[in-house]
Design a protein around this ligand. Structure first.
Ligand SMILES: [Zn+2]
Length: 350
């Protein structure tokens, strides 16, 4: 699978980036594929060629806002012992902190602050799970609640999210009232960075548990969720659709890296049914009570047991999810002219 790592390069490439933008606009107008035609812009041909390839054939783009410097595989030197990447055309050396077992670096895109390093890592063989963990994401106070039905163990993960969200909601409301929109945007970005970080931690923990328990992971198939940050505005609560989706993508790609199978189940009544007898129970805030068998449980734990015990949806029983590239478009994907296919921007400790 392909992962993209985001690394600060600590260099000023503003001149090169300006040239790249000029070349991209030139490419859109002339559709040329020859680097001789753009020699006058003075960018190294190995980079200019990539820009031409990307923009010359594209008939949809009319005007380019920002262009990154794309360096193909053959223009990248890797020193695995030193954990260093060297790009001769830019005289740029920087260390990388991600795992060393990658097959190759496909390409690197250089922006004004970050280098986006696209890496192919080997797929692990899927384990044969003894049991399935149920992951409830729509919880009353945590990012996710995990249950393992064989031992009856429950893990509640990401409690901070609720406090964070409350705190930021209050700040946002004040800024909105005061019409401080720029600051509001900054605050929103900060909040999504914190949630993103939490989602990374929670997904990592879930995969750790799965490895320990030799189990697969079951998630609800939530159709309403989508990867569209713009939708956040219409939600009151921050842990909404994009956050669930982000967590799902993080779980999916981390599972794939470790050979943990993932499957999806029907989400209906997961919080209403009793995980012991299947009757419809009474849910009050955080507690669940079954009038039929008398089972009493934490509502989210009951829901995650239900998820763990449900049969997989037929369409997802195969390899559907493991074959997809993980993490399409993260929340902080820079909005360039071309959408990124993979973007994980994993923090140091993968
Ligand atoms: Zn019951």
């Amino acid at each position: 699978m392909i992962l993209t790592f985001k690394i600060k390069h600590n260099r000023d490439f503003s001149i090169e980036l300006k040239k790249a933008k000029l070349i991209a606009n030139f490419a859109i107008k002339t559709h040329t594929l020859s680097s001789k035609d753009v020699k006058q812009f003075g960018l190294k041909s190995i980079i200019a060629n990539q820009i031409l390839r990307k923009y010359s054939r594209n008939k949809k783009i009319k005007n380019v806002k920002s262009v990154k410097l794309t360096i193909p595989n053959q223009g990248i030197h890797v020193d695995k012992e030193k954990h260093e990447i060297y790009i001769p055309s830019l005289k740029l050396t920087f260390p990388y902190i991600f795992r060393n077992d990658f097959e190759k670096i496909n390409q690197i895109e250089i922006g004004d602050v970050y280098a986006y390093v696209s890496v192919t890592v080997p797929d692990k063989r899927l384990i044969e799970p003894q049991v399935w963990l149920g992951i409830d994401r729509n919880t009353t106070g945590h990012i996710a609640v995990v249950a393992e039905p064989q031992t009856g163990k429950v893990w509640k993960l990401g409690k901070r999210a609720e406090h964070i969200h409350r705190k930021y909601r209050e700040i946002r409301r004040k800024l909105q009232k005061a019409k401080k929109y720029r600051l509001l945007k900054k605050i929103k970005n900060r909040e999504s960075r914190i949630i993103r970080d939490l989602n990374h931690k929670v997904s990592r923990k879930i995969i750790e548990i799965a490895k320990e328990q030799n189990s697969g992971v079951k998630l609800e198939k939530l159709d309403g969720i989508r990867n569209n940050k713009r939708h956040t505005k219409s939600f009151n609560y921050g842990l909404n659709s994009w956050s669930f989706y982000q967590l799902q993508k993080f779980i999916e790609y981390k599972a794939k890296l470790d050979g943990i199978p993932i499957t999806y189940v029907e989400p209906r009544y997961t919080s209403k049914e009793c995980s012991r007898c299947g009757s419809i129970g009474i849910r009050e805030d955080k507690s669940f009570k079954c009038p039929n068998c008398g089972h009493v449980d934490h509502a989210d734990a009951n829901a995650s047991f239900n998820i763990a015990l449900r049969p997989p949806l037929v369409e997802d029983a195969g390899q559907l999810h493991t074959d997809r590239d993980a993490c399409k478009g993260s929340t902080d994907t820079p909005r360039g002219a071309t959408p990124r296919t993979t973007e994980t921007s994993e923090p140091p400790s993968l």
